[in-house]
Ligand binder design. Structure first.
Ligand SMILES: Nc1nc2c([nH]c(=O)n2[C@H]2C[C@H](O)[C@@H](COP(=O)(O)OP(=O)(O)OP(=O)(O)O)O2)c(=O)[nH]1
Length: 162
């Protein structure tokens, strides 16, 4: 039997650059990523996304735009990770280093994909060209993608996040 965990991932974007954080501990440690985590009981996905962004980067988002939805499976693991991805440029505050993340701005043309999850270079181009997408990745361990698909979507309105 499989079970699902709902997670969020938020990217703060300014023209030509994006804020990433180096994950200092836990799942994905040592990789640059957006800010996010598990949605808690009693909160919506959007609330969870804003909470994690604030906790991990010190930034408050006024609004978030949907970027995509990815389901991750790992061989020999019954847990599916459903990751809701957002971006925002409508936010307040400057990034601060937290217990979990060390933030750094990167130019869009120098993203450190070799220090990121191996799927990221496949879907970042959708995000950078403002395309909404849905994707699936099956991993063996944390480094090898066994199979995957990515589809551009008109919207993700069938998946309610508010
Ligand atoms: N870019 C990218 N992000 C991913 C991938 N897989 C994956 O789970 N993530 C994201 C989703 C979440 O934002 C984050 C994992 O959340 P987490 O385990 O740190 O959650 P958390 O902060 O609630 O955890 P914790 O407090 O219990 O440590 O990593 C991936 O392949 N690529």
């Amino acid at each position: 039997m499989t079970s699902k965990k709902i997670l969020t991932l938020v990217f703060v974007k300014e023209p030509g650059k994006i804020l990433l954080g180096m994950k200092k501990r836990g799942f994905g440690q040592g990789r640059w990523n957006g800010f996010g985590g598990k949605v808690e009981k009693g909160e919506t996905i959007l609330e969870g996304a804003k909470r994690e962004l604030l906790e991990e980067s010190g930034i408050t988002a006024n609004s978030l735009n949907r970027v995509g939805l990815i389901n991750f499976e790992f061989e020999n693991d019954p847990v599916i990770l459903e990751v809701h991805i957002f971006k925002t440029s409508d936010c307040i505050g400057s990034p601060i280093e937290t217990e979990e993340m060390r933030p750094q701005w990167y130019a869009e043309d120098s993203i450190p994909f070799n220090q990121m999850w191996p799927d990221d270079h496949l879907w970042f181009p959708y995000m950078f060209s403002n395309k909404i997408f849905e994707a699936y990745f099956l991993f063996k361990g944390m480094d090898v993608i066994v199979s995957h698909w990515i589809k551009e979507m008109k919207n993700l309105d069938n998946i309610i996040v508010s």
